[in-house]
Design a protein around this ligand. Structure first.
Ligand SMILES: Cc1cc2nc3c(=O)[nH]c(=O)nc-3n(C[C@H](O)[C@H](O)[C@H](O)COP(=O)(O)OP(=O)(O)OC[C@H]3O[C@@H](n4cnc5c(N)ncnc54)[C@H](O)[C@@H]3O)c2cc1C
Length: 431
């Protein structure tokens, strides 16, 4: 990976073909795909590292396939991970299978739970093997720069010492997540669709006798997703929207007792929650931009559409957006001119998958999770679902929607740059 400044353009200003704001899944993969295609790319990430314990770790079958297309399947498989072939909901009366990836004709019929920092390290180490890739950590994008006619011509950013810098770019891509600073700086506002819940996010250790695999526990008033992370459970505990402050005003015992009551096998370890500092809050948002671009700037991933956590699809949609953007824009970028029409094509390509996924999430929120969090028994909503699930192809729909999504993308960008030997320091795969 290049650590030297990119081409000097004017005093204090550097010039690149593509500047990417934010190095989450979307920014990291887009940077890799463009660098492979020989395009000069600078990725700016405000944090100093990828440690994101508070983030999701789900790598779905469609993303695994993309990693295979990139020749990174062995490296991905070598990362620490747990795999699950089906998603189940445990109710008071039994267990319902929500999605069984084994029933689909998939090359990789499982979700891999991979720590997001390992996944991002893998993508950026690989990108760093191409000479035109630069990742700058501790670089916070402050604003966009504008040229003639208001076209976005790059960004300004602050480095870790507090110095400010300017970057000229043929194209700027905002992949800076759901609180996107870049989006704000160009005045785009997503349409919000609301959500009946927020999430408390915490860990509890796993014991040998615990059930295997990831599952959901649902009963009147409560819903919890239990993600099996090997030696611990990553717990996503749903609460009614806006209830966080009220809950935190109470003793942590309230949460401990609720968890023990819902899943008695955890009763011996709820004390691991020493206080509310061990519990993070995620404000659930579902929103979408009407326009994903302005001249010179494209927004993708969470910056264009925040997803509900239902199905754990946010990372995978961000990845698919990055592949679509690279497929559609690598050639115009190589030619040095990206028109508005080319940028609009990215949204056109990715609108349907985003719309369908969010619509299904909203239906599940409205019909199942919202009423359950208000105290209704889940049976009323799960009953018809169970009956529908007996119909062959319908039964496979949730697995297809979660695991593959609508209009899955495939890597079409060429490899035009020479790849340097591995300098990541990771042991060779299989060693
Ligand atoms: C608690 C939690 C749990 C989640 N669980 C799951 C899950 O299980 N499965 C799933 O698929 N999704 C999950 N998600 C959602 C998922 O994390 C996102 O959908 C996904 O990461 C979006 O990728 P992205 O690249 O678009 O944005 P992000 O991953 O949000 O990345 C944005 C990056 O931009 C950086 N950044 C922000 N502002 C600036 C700036 N001004 N300058 C420079 N850099 C900047 C950020 O530091 C970050 O690295 C979860 C989210 C949260 C918060």
């Amino acid at each position: 990976m290049s650590t030297a400044p990119a081409r000097e353009h004017a005093v204090g200003t550097e010039a690149v073909t593509c500047a990417i704001a934010g190095c989450g899944p979307a920014g990291a993969l887009l940077g890799l795909l463009l660098a492979r295609a020989g395009i000069d790319v600078l990725v700016l990430e405000k944090h100093e590292d990828f440690f994101r314990d508070f983030r999701g770790d789900t790598i779905h079958p469609s993303t695994i396939e993309i990693m295979e297309e990139l020749g990174l399947l062995d490296e991905l498989s070598a990362l620490p991970q747990q795999r699950t072939g089906r998603l189940e909901a445990v109710t008071d009366t039994g267990t319902a299978t929500l999605a069984d990836f084994g029933e689909l004709d998939l090359r990789h019929p499982y979700i891999a739970f991979v720590p997001q920092w390992d996944f991002l390290d893998l993508l950026t180490d690989e990108a760093g093997r191409y000479p035109t890739f630069t990742l700058r950590m501790g670089a916070e994008v402050l604003d966009v720069r504008r040229g003639g006619g208001g076209r976005v011509t790059g960004v300004s950013y602050r480095d870790r010492e507090g110095g400010t810098h300017e970057v000229d770019a043929t194209l700027t891509v905002a992949t800076d997540g759901r609180g996107s600073d870049v989006r704000r700086s160009v005045g785009l506002v997503p349409v919000g669709y609301g959500a009946p819940m927020d999430i408390l996010w915490f860990r509890l250790s796993r014991s040998h006798g615990d059930r295997e695999g990831t599952f959901g526990r649902i009963t009147a008033g409560r819903f919890v997703a239990m993600i099996d992370r090997g030696d611990y459970w990553q717990v996503a505990y749903a609460i009614p929207k806006g209830a966080d402050a009220e809950l935190r005003a109470q003793s942590i015992d309230t949460l401990r007792e609720s968890v023990a009551d819902l899943m008695p096998f955890l009763a011996d370890r709820t004390h691991e929650l020493r206080g509310w500092d061990d519990v993070r809050s995620l404000e659930v948002q579902v929103n979408r931009l009407r326009r994903w671009h302005v001249p010179g700037l494209l927004l993708i991933g969470d910056a264009a559409h925040a997803m509900s956590p239902i199905g754990g699809v946010g990372i995978n949609l961000a990845i698919q957006d990055a592949v679509a953007a690279a497929n559609l824009l690598a050639e115009p970028l190589r030619r040095g001119r990206v028109t508005e029409r080319a940028l609009a094509r990215v949204r056109r390509r990715r609108w349907l998958p985003t719309f369908v996924t969010q619509t299904v999430q909203r239906v599940v929120q409205r019909r199942l999770l919202g009423p359950v969090l208000q105290g209704e028994r889940p049976g009323a909503a799960l009953g018809p679902l169970r009956r529908v699930a007996r119909l062959g192809f319908v039964r496979r729909l949730p697995a297809r929607l979660v695991g593959v999504g609508v209009l899955p993308e495939h890597v079409r960008t060429p490899v035009l740059a020479e790849r340097a030997p591995d300098q990541s320091g990771r042991p060779p795969v299989g060693a």
